[in-house]
Design a protein around this ligand. Sequence first.
Ligand code: AMP
Length: 544
Amino acid sequence: MQGLMMNVPLTITALMRHAERLHGDQEIVSVTADAPLHRYRFADCFARARRLANALAQLGVQPGDRVATLAWNDYRHLELYFGISCSGAICHTVNPRLFAEQLVWIFNHAEDRVLFTDPMFLPLIEKLKPQLPALEHVIVLTSAAAMPQSALPGLLCYETLLAESDSEFDWPMLDEETAAVLCYTSGTTGHPKGVLYSHRALVLHAYAAGLPDALRITRDDTVLPVVPMFHVNAWGVPYLATMLGIKLVMPGPKMGDGETLARLMDDEGVTAALGVPTVWQGLLNYLRSSGRRLKTLKNIAVGGSACPLALMKAFEEEQGVWTLHAWGMTETSPLGTANIPPSNFAELPPEEQDFIRASQGRPVFGVELKIVDGQGRTLPWDGRAFGALKIRGPWVCRGYYRMAHSDAHDADGWFDTGDVATIDPRGYMTITDRTKDVIKSGGEWISSIELENIAMSHPQVAAAAVIGVHHPKWDERPLLIIVSAPGESPAAADLLAHFAGRVADWMIPDAVEFAEELPLTATGKVSKLTLRERYADYVLPPTA
Ligand code: AMP
């Protein structure tokens, strides 16, 4: 017997309607290329999204068409999120930091017909356009007054397009499984893979992210997403803010600028912010060098790569800001786990507290996790056994866009994350590595993340990465690469001595190299691939 409840589709359109009625007057503040600080309200955003929908129809965009965006976090990008997806088209967010060849591949694979771009990416598009046969229209996200000169024929101006479009639009009733957003992962091997989010998945993800014990963000927060809207929908923050009526502060092109972030936080009363560890390290460096103390910030959610414990403690001790470690992927919309400490956290011994804080947290209801060994056998949640991390749930992808088969999904529908992890009896999951970053030394596995965490707790270290380099006897041994803290020049021997007693002796890196900075990927993570290439011929000291 079936239940007798209504089957109302879970769509972004419903989110938008809800926000318009209930918190249309909530503020959205943005830094943009053509206005240092733009402010308006959710109701304005949705009114302009309706004009945008009319404009898209005028341009011939059909349901299911891919419409690309190449833009930073600001109000116009938010309008695109809603205007495109709620028209029934697919908002394809493209990462402008990718290499030109990757961009061409992605645009052509998605067959984007229309592209909305921030003015600063126009020179890039001018260069790529001859290689993009499907692309019919390019619209610059700016006002007529700020329209850049360009050799591209038929270039359109966003503000002119909106001004000339009708303000009334009847949003179509969409099936909740309709595709809403497309985002490509930039894997280190093979072509990028397209993750195609449905309206339903995005709404369910917003519900989950809005639970009190997920990201700890509520209606009373003012939120600054420093995670780009071109990377997994800024971790779903735009939808969460729309659902709950949260004031949004968007940093535009100033994502990596500690001074601007601190000013925005203080001026706009930001209480919660989200981003990758490198962003928070940059902000911390700025706060330390300027001696500034943030006035209103309470929580930062950090994910995308492992957050060193030392960084979390520094924010807590120096700024009174709590760091919430979370884990997820493009393929998981992205929220998979969130680190909410147990209720008895304060009574736990310090090393147990550290263990919990450094872990990636527990699965949020809706997703299930398991770890498996090389034969696919499920491993226990004992905090010791580590294996390939698999996930399933309603906001986890079940395939990739225009890819007939993917090895990432097993016969039972579990998705292999490519991460290696342990899970403790309470459900705290700790990523020990990406499968390809694990250091395999004489048949044993060494966690590069664990070694990096230890290195980062050394007071003279600003950034650390550990990679495996070839060793004639052990196959691979760990090499530690360090960026020294400003004004410091730690000795290699001191750095290695710091590992003693913190990890088994055979896991201690064999050598240390010093670098000015660590190479980053297009999503702001340390690029281990680049480091491995850089140190491919590295010869370890003979004592190892
Ligand atoms: P992406 O799809 O580009 O967002 O990358 C997802 C990958 O980032 C995951 O599979 C992990 O390897 C890594 N990742 C995300 N969050 C964390 C975290 N909190 N700690 C360690 N690795 C993370």
